[in-house]
Design a protein around this ligand. Structure first.
Ligand code: SF4
Length: 474
């Protein structure tokens, strides 16, 4: 997929001025949040389950090489083939080789974010084969000239029902339908033909289970079930970090994933696929391949933001992020949007190609609070900000501002005097309604919003007063 993360600011600006997108985002806002909150009340001990989820994912990362070897051995015993891809180009090459080996003409795909990283669909089409996305959101984007996804669990969330209706009418050549059920029925009829004609199914993998060599697929549409049982070949593609030690671990993670993602106690479909179809078995692929993908993950694992690899791709951090809610997923310019994307994208494509993403956060910690595997996203974003400062990637005036601030902060008396002067200036700028409308050198901030003027005493004054007060008598 093309990288456009270096243009975050321009893209976000354009999205904020896109009235249709703002209406679509507005309708979506809050739905996920309320459903997630309601579903968590069903758990006796959500924080305990969350800590268990964190521990499971961390245990896997701490000994990733061992669990990957165990996974490979278990999967191979059940007749599957495990392949490794270091780069996006290798992912595509391996898929094309498998397709050639089995004489494949047509491929159906269930959602796979890793294949978005490598632009797999384009590689398949360039090799002369047909490929059809079967996740409804991904299908909508594919028939809209491969529009990029804007959310990791709802790739077409930025589109309204009316936009989808018009797209189906144009692409399918059918009468325009406006009801959601009618649109889903039309998509089902179109996709069913593709399922029946496909020779190979490609899926992602929510988890790879080391002890059994299984892949876990979590969907709401059942498309992964069809994509893995109807064609003779199944290829599951996912990152090296998606391995977990045991089936018992999946039980814990499945308490967290659907609730954090869509607010469901359990998703409509959860496929656990182990090995190829055995003798006398009716369902399953005759040939099963796993492509286990690195594509920058080992560098992340060795870095100080390695905790980001615990991610189970639930999307809760973006659903709760005030920046994502306003600018939408396309502003981030690559596969993964929102707070987790602002950590992963700079690590995968290079900080210099995504240096505004770690800044695209208010550090309010909503993302950190809701993350089901306790990834400290604001801390990781702060570490990436430090890296861009150290590598002189930020504009000169930002770096100069930091240096001046550091100089003052290291001289407490001078810092106090400068702070007092700053507060006085803010008092002078505060209007009768208590708001500051414009800041010298801060127009970028106050052009779009008002700032409350200083109220009451400063922190230093309060601190001094508290320490000067005599202790209360017993
Ligand atoms: S970082 Fe946490 S909240 Fe965000 S998608 Fe990953 S698991 Fe979900």
């Amino acid at each position: 997929m093309q990288v456009a993360s270096m243009h975050f600011k321009e893209r976000a600006h354009a999205k904020l001025n896109d009235a249709q997108l703002q209406r679509n985002l507005g309708k979506m806002q809050g739905k996920f949040i309320a459903k997630r909150r309601a579903s968590l009340t069903e758990l006796d001990d959500f924080e305990g389950t969350r800590e268990a989820g964190r521990a499971i994912r961390q245990r896997a990362l701490d000994n990733l090489d061992t669990w990957l070897e165990t996974f490979e051995a278990s999967a191979t015993r059940r007749g599957a083939t495990v392949l490794y891809a270091q780069t996006p180009a290798e992912v595509n090459q391996l898929v094309l080789e498998i397709a050639a080996r089995h004489g494949v003409n047509k491929i159906i795909k269930s959602k796979s974010m890793v294949s978005e990283e490598s632009g797999l669909d384009h590689a398949i089409e360039a090799a002369g084969m047909a490929v059809v996305e079967t996740d409804l959101g991904e299908y909508i984007l594919q028939i809209n000239d491969y529009e990029p996804p804007s959310h990791i669990i709802g790739p077409a969330l930025h589109k309204s029902k009316e936009e989808v209706a018009e797209l189906f009418h144009l692409r399918h050549g059918t009468e325009r339908k406006d009801g959601i059920e009618e649109l889903c029925r039309e998509a089902r009829q179109v996709l069913r033909q593709h399922y029946l004609a496909a020779d190979m199914g490609i899926t992602g993998g929510n988890f790879f289970v080391a002890e059994t060599g299984s892949v876990v697929l979590v969907t709401n549409e059942g498309n992964a079930t069809l994509a893995t049982t109807l064609p003779k070949v199944h290829v599951a593609i996912s990152g090296i970090e998606k391995v977990v030690p045991t089936l018992e671990d999946i039980a814990t993670l499945m308490r967290l994933l659907p609730r954090s993602a869509t607010g469901q106690s359990i998703s409509n479909y959860c496929d656990l696929l182990t090995g190829v179809k055995g003798k006398g078995e009716f369902h399953g692929a005759e040939h099963m391949y796993f492509i286990v993908v690195d594509c920058g993950r080992t560098e992340v694992l060795a870095s100080d933001v390695a905790e980001a690899l615990r991610c189970i791709r639930c999307g809760a951090c973006m659903n709760h992020c005030p920046v994502y809610q306003n600018v939408g997923g396309h502003s981030y310019g690559w596969v993964y949007p929102g707070p987790i994307g602002s950590v992963l994208t700079p690590m995968y494509v290079g900080l210099e190609r995504a240096m505004d993403l770690p800044e695209a956060s208010t550090l309010c910690n909503q993302c950190g609070v809701v993350c089901p595997v306790k990834i400290p996203l604001p801390d990781l974003l702060r570490k990436l900000r430090e890296k861009s400062f150290d590598r002189a990637l930020r504009p000169w005036h930002e770096r100069a501002g930091h240096r001046i601030w550091t100089w003052f902060a290291l001289r407490p008396r001078l810092y106090a005097t400068a702070s007092q002067a700053g507060v006085r200036l803010l008092h002078l700028l505060t209007r009768a309604d208590g708001m500051v409308r414009s800041l010298p050198f801060g127009g970028g901030w106050t052009d779009g919003r008002d700032m409350p003027g200083p109220a009451g005493r400063t922190f230093r004054e309060l601190y001094r007063a508290r320490h000067a007060a005599p202790p209360k008598s017993q």
